[in-house]
Design a protein around this ligand. Structure first.
Ligand SMILES: [Zn+2]
Length: 530
């Protein structure tokens, strides 16, 4: 049976970036875009070029996506200017993107009150802007803002706005529940109406979660005829968030009638990466994962002792609606080690490490990983540290160097010009192949100085470290109070474009940083065959 294709559009980097407390760097955006691409999404909206410096910078160098279309978001042109003369639209059109998604008004109330322009002029603005995207050779998408509220207030006008976009060549008409208040039944009815009117129109849905129903609203729109769904990872988005892709994807792939009726660009194998991508976003945002998130939360398949867990051990279907590994999550049962072991085996195979499950070293590694996770290590965002830990347990990584001691000093003093300046100096005593080196380094902070000192001279290995650079550094305090534990995540890169992340944990922030730094260096030496 041939299934109809559903298209998935991610707006984490645009709508999700509007979340309170979320502030993506260019590097964060790049990392998230690549993860979304590997997950198999069809469209990745990078942001709004021209609206803020981060988005402009992000679009100046497009991320190396393997198949997803890279989308620049913007607004339809302003009144009183031609599409060619609108600076806002120009930065969207000039951005290095495959498609442009332009938002425009479709609710008469908004045209009257917010834009204060004649309603016909709004329609002209939509038509001209979409035509400009088309003329530029990009795929045009039209985000019909407040479409459902507009349709309820004045269906004829809302449809006229949509028709203007359609007639000007919009590839997709995305119906937005911008205020997030529309009920699934109404969304189903309205999408069905539009589809009945224009059977050939390609409709999309963009739902906000203000009634905790954005996922249900999106599915209702699909039943009504929408074939593109917009959403965000972990449901990120302003106010109560957007439709959560981490729930939508498994619902579409694992639940009927959707699984039989539709196919998406996400394969079953890619779906098994979902939990990892969800946790990666949390790591980037420096947030603890939502324990109770559907499908991907750490508690989504956790069974407490007693009746439930003994029944689950006999047959998981007794208390699980889907197998946890379908979304890359793991069953957690306090009385059993099995779940941990299969999880570990799948992490090892992801890292390209081939080892038999009954190898006695695996049991010891599992104990070690559990103990370390208890202490605060998180390997979901630090694959390089995990790989090193595993390969060391299997005797596949040699000890390149041995740090015998380090010392770091921070000094705030007047510089030559009489201004206050803070400088750090570090001394690292390191043994490489029987020879001891005393390295001294300086930097603008203790971690910078330690990094400088450690890498200053590593004997035969120095040649491998010339192109190593640190691209990101994140600190999280794991407990409160005086004995707080610090977790440091370091992201590194080399001249070949490789990137890897490492982790360190200690009650002392410098110590935790140093651990993450040494892991980063060891990983590079291992990978480059030093
Ligand atoms: Zn939105």
């Amino acid at each position: 049976m041939s299934r109809e294709r559903l298209y998935l559009f991610d707006t984490t980097l645009r709508d999700g970036a509007q979340t309170q407390g979320v502030d993506f760097s260019v590097e964060d955006k790049r990392q998230i875009a690549l993860a979304l691409d590997s997950l198999g999404l069809d469209y990745i909206e990078g942001g709004w070029p021209g609206a803020n410096p981060t988005d402009t910078a992000f679009f100046s160098e497009r991320p190396p996506l393997s198949h997803a279309k890279f989308v620049a978001f913007g607004m339809t042109k302003r009144s009183g200017r031609s599409a060619a003369n609108d600076p806002g639209l120009a930065s969207v059109l000039d951005a290095k993107a495959d498609a442009n998604c332009l938002v425009g008004k479709t609710w008469d109330f908004h045209v009257d009150v917010a834009l204060e322009i004649p309603r016909s002029e709004n329609i002209d603005n939509i038509a001209d802007s979409i035509a400009a995207v088309r003329a530029k050779g990009r795929e045009p998408l039209f985000d019909a803002e407040h479409f459902f509220d507009g349709y309820k207030a004045n269906a004829a006008y809302a449809l006229d706005c949509l028709k203007a976009a359609k007639d000007s060549g919009a590839r997709w008409l995305v119906l937005c529940d911008t205020n997030g208040g529309t009920m699934p039944e109404d969304v189903y009815r309205i999408v069905s109406d539009v589809k009945a009117k224009w059977p050939d129109a390609a409709l999309g849905i963009h739902a906000h979660n203000d009634t905790e129903q954005a996922v249900a609203v999106s599915l209702a729109a699909v039943r009504g005829g929408a074939r593109q769904i917009q959403g965000t990872l972990n449901g990120l988005g302003e106010r109560c968030g957007n439709a959560n892709l981490c729930a939508l994807l498994p619902n579409l792939l694992l639940k009927e009638p959707y699984a039989l009726q539709f196919e998406t660009g996400v394969s079953s194998a890619q779906l098994r990466d979902l939990t990892h991508v969800s946790r990666l976003l949390d790591e980037i945002l420096n947030r603890a994962p939502n324990r109770h998130a559907a499908y991907v939360g750490p508690s989504a398949f956790a069974h407490k002792g007693g009746l439930h867990s003994s029944a689950v051990l006999k047959d998981p279907k007794t208390y699980e609606h889907v197998p946890p590994d379908a979304v890359g999550n793991a069953r957690r049962i306090l009385v059993s080690d099995q779940a941990g072991k299969s999880n570990l085996m799948s992490r090892l195979s992801e890292a390209g490490i081939d080892v038999a499950a009954n190898d006695p070293r695996i049991a010891r590694l599992l104990e070690d990983v559990k103990q370390r996770e208890f202490l605060g290590y998180a390997y979901d965002g630090a694959e390089a540290s995990f790989e090193l830990l595993a390969r060391r347990a299997l005797g596949q990584v040699r000890d390149y160097f041995d740090v015998e001691s380090f010392r770091v000093m921070v000094e705030r003093r007047h510089d030559a010009k009489g201004d206050f300046a803070t400088v750090s100096e570090a001394v690292v005593k390191v043994k490489v192949g029987g020879k001891t080196y005393h390295n001294v380094g300086t930097g603008n902070g203790p971690v910078n100085a330690l990094d400088d000192a450690l890498r200053k001279d590593l004997g035969e290995y120095s040649a491998f470290l010339g192109d190593l650079r640190l691209v990101d550094y994140k600190v999280r305090i794991l407990t409160s109070g005086t004995e707080a534990v610090t977790r440091v995540m370091v992201e590194s890169a080399d001249a070949k474009g490789n990137r890897w992340s490492t982790v360190g944990v200690s009650p002392n922030i410098v110590d935790a940083s140093f651990e993450a730094l040494t892991d980063s260096i060891c990983y590079k030496l291992f990978r480059d065959g030093a």
